[in-house]
Ligand binder design. Structure first.
Ligand code: UD1
Length: 423
């Protein structure tokens, strides 16, 4: 089944306990190779990106077993530090293994990572941080891999000019294995990084400052076997809150820290929804039509770029003209073309999208082009009259364990179907 069929305008009311966080678990899986033993991670979402990372770890000589939502990684047998191009290109998070393998083996051979084509996604900041810790990098030409090696990782001061999530995570791995103290300035502050610091500390590392833009890491401490529970997925949770609100519905979401979605719930309130939030619970109830609003994506605690496409779908049916400024990934606006097939009116100029809200959207055949854009089309289908088919939903499965299960739990008429012929 590689398409999703949605019957729009079903009454939306329900509850969802959100899955474990994709963006938290993937770097944890990479970090597990730093311990020459067993790491158990609980509340792991059963998503394609997790299966893909398990495949990469297995190919390096680790053994990964996912039993329900508990993942056991035994990294004692890790015997390779080279990741084939086809594996690297399956997902963006494969690049997290660069810092982790350097920490474990002092050598790594990787290719440029894949993942959703949402923008340029360079790795210069990852490499800058590693080079400051003494790593020699040879960026291969043509089909050659990037080769990195280091006789001894050494603690240092790294000052990031932009708070990159991935570069911060890679620097954390190298710093945990380095001798001496590393100070990381200008770090990304996403909650998933705070979780990664807690995960590494639980394994024996010493990382202070989690949640701020300054991390102080005492490197070279002995690591040990550990067990850790992944936090709930604020992006999957935010997707469902926005889908419910866009469809004029009501949702009780539990399992993710409400603080991680504060910018999103603030915008929903501004658009006319009733929102109640405490600890790990968020309740939203929306009027039949929300009011237009404006957002700008930014590093945390700004509005998450991962929820921008879904907010665009919601704004397509809001009353008035909304504005979105995309400051992180330049290609996220490609979802606009698909939303227009459902009757949305979106004018894109460089990093600004102007969304003229329409009373009615109409079901159609659309195609997911990336993970979050695909989820946005499903959400739009819930707001549209008639039937919407979202093709290429394998993108959606990279990050959502079972989007049809979750959305039907709140009343959506949605199911997996065969890809329509000719697509
Ligand atoms: C992570 C998330 C992704 C989220 C993004 C921003 C995971 C698995 N993925 O991606 O879902 O959308 O954070 O919150 O956690 N940049 C550079 N040089 C670099 C690295 C990044 O210029 O070396 C730029 C990128 O082009 C982009 C911005 O920094 O414009 C943000 O990238 P980054 O925070 O690194 O995102 P990811 O780690 O790829």
């Amino acid at each position: 089944m590689s398409a999703i069929e949605v019957q729009g305008l079903c009454p939306i009311k329900g509850e969802i306990i959100v899955q474990g966080s994709k963006n938290a678990v993937l770097p944890m899986m990479a970090g597990a190779v730093l311990n020459k033993g067993i790491t158990v991670i609980d509340n792991v979402p059963r998503i394609q990106d997790v299966f893909c990372m398990m495949g990469i770890l297995d190919s390096l000589g680790c053994s990964c077993v996912l039993d329900g939502h508990s993942l056991t990684i035994n990294a004692a047998g890790l015997s390779r530090f080279s990741i084939p191009r086809e594996e690297m290109e399956k997902m963006r998070s494969s690049i997290m293994l660069l810092g982790a393998l350097l920490g474990r083996c002092k050598e790594a051979e990787v290719y440029y990572p894949g993942g959703c084509m949402i923008g340029k996604r360079p790795i210069d900041l990852h490499l800058m941080a590693l080079e400051k810790m003494g790593v020699l990098i040879e960026e291969g030409e043509g089909d050659e891999p990037l080769r990195a090696s280091v006789p001894r990782l050494r603690g240092t001061v790294v000052d990031f000019p932009f708070p990159s999530v991935g570069a911060t995570e890679n620097a954390i791995f190298a710093a945990v294995a380095a001798s001496g103290k590393t100070i990381l300035k200008g770090c990304a502050k996403e909650p998933e990084i705070t979780e990664l610091c807690r995960f590494m500390n639980n394994m024996g590392a010493s990382i202070r400052g989690a949640g701020s833009d300054l991390l102080v890491i005492e490197g070279g401490l002995p690591l040990h076997d550990s067990r850790f529970t992944v936090c709930g997925d604020r992006i999957a949770g935010g997707t469902y809150l926005l889908a419910a609100a866009g469809a004029g519905g009501e949702l009780l979401l539990t399992g993710t820290e409400s603080a991680g979605l504060l910018t999103v719930t603030t915008v929903l309130k501004r658009m006319g929804a009733l929102v109640y939030a405490e600890d790990e619970l968020i309740y939203v109830k929306a009027p039949e039509r929300l009011q237009a609003s404006s957002i700008k994506t930014d590093p945390y605690p700004g509005f998450p770029t991962d929820l921008q496409s879904i907010m665009m779908a919601v704004m397509s049916r809001a009353e008035g003209t909304s504005i979105i400024e995309e400051k992180i990934f330049e290609n996220r606006f490609k979802t606009a073309v698909e939303l227009e097939k459902l009757g949305a009116e979106i004018i894109v100029e460089e990093d600004i999208a102007r969304i003229v809200g329409h009373t009615h959207l109409k079901g159609s055949h659309v195609e997911a082009k990336d993970l979050r854009g695909g989820a946005a089309l499903v959400a739009a289908g819930m707001m549209a009259e008639g039937t919407t088919i979202v093709s290429s939903c394998e993108y959606i499965m990279r990050g959502y364990e079972d989007i049809c299960r979750d959305l039907s739990g709140m009343g959506a008429c949605i199911r997996y179907v065969e890809e329509p012929a000719g697509r």
